[in-house]
Write a protein that binds this ligand. Structure first.
Ligand code: FES
Ligand code: FES
Length: 191
């Protein structure tokens, strides 16, 4: 009978908060993030490095957490989809996924958002072909990818120009747009 994995102390900065957990010495980062750090925005798809659902930023670099041992990420700064928004304000890539239909069932979306947010940092003015290359490691069963490419193109323009996305429906994806009426409390909270 094989001996079980020993337990080890593990610590990292997850979404700006210090986390310390006792983890199996061979624990996979995806399991630690979902089961111990509680960041359920990191999705488990294939568990073998082919779908991109589990992507997180480790020290700013997109990585597949299902292929990463927790100990490899020891002491790093880990960002998941939960941290992309700035308080009440969506990240441009989140807002544009909502506006352009880049998210449908949503299961693949956290991985796309992580990969695309990092890509937009390194390429602020991407062509559609460059966007397609950037997302080639992420699978989506719903959208046909066209709307995802549209979303990234729109978000890159929004980020460059500092303006909101065109609003075809009249609906606002960001319930707290920046401006003089910016609320200090979430909707439904009484002062
Ligand atoms: S769950 Fe990690 S790539 Fe699919
Ligand atoms: S939106 Fe459903 S898998 Fe991508």
């Amino acid at each position: 009978m094989l001996p079980g994995a020993g337990k080890e102390a593990w610590q990292a900065n997850v979404n700006g908060e210090a986390h310390e957990h006792l983890v199996d010495s061979n624990a996979i980062l995806l399991d630690v993030l979902r089961d111990q750090a509680g960041t359920l925005g990191v999705k488990r798809g294939c568990d073998m490095g082919t779908c991109g659902c589990c992507a997180v930023l480790i020290d700013g670099e997109p990585k597949l957490s299902c292929l990463c041992l927790a100990k490899e990420a020891e002491g790093t700064d880990i960002t998941t989809g939960e941290r992309l928004a700035d308080g009440h304000h969506l990240h441009p890539i989140q807002q544009c996924f909502a506006e352009a239909g880049g998210s449908q069932c949503g299961f693949c979306t956290p991985g796309f958002l992580i990969v695309c947010s990092a890509f937009m940092e390194e390429n602020p003015e991407p062509t559609r072909d460059e966007i397609k290359c950037a997302i080639e490691g992420n699978l989506c069963r719903c959208t046909g990818y066209q709307q995802i490419v549209d979303s990234v193109e729109m978000a890159a323009a929004m980020k460059r120009e500092g303006v909101g996305p065109p609003d075809a429906t009249g609906a606002k994806s960001d319930p707290h747009p920046l401006g003089p009426e910016e609320p200090s409390l979430p909707p439904g909270s009484s002062k």
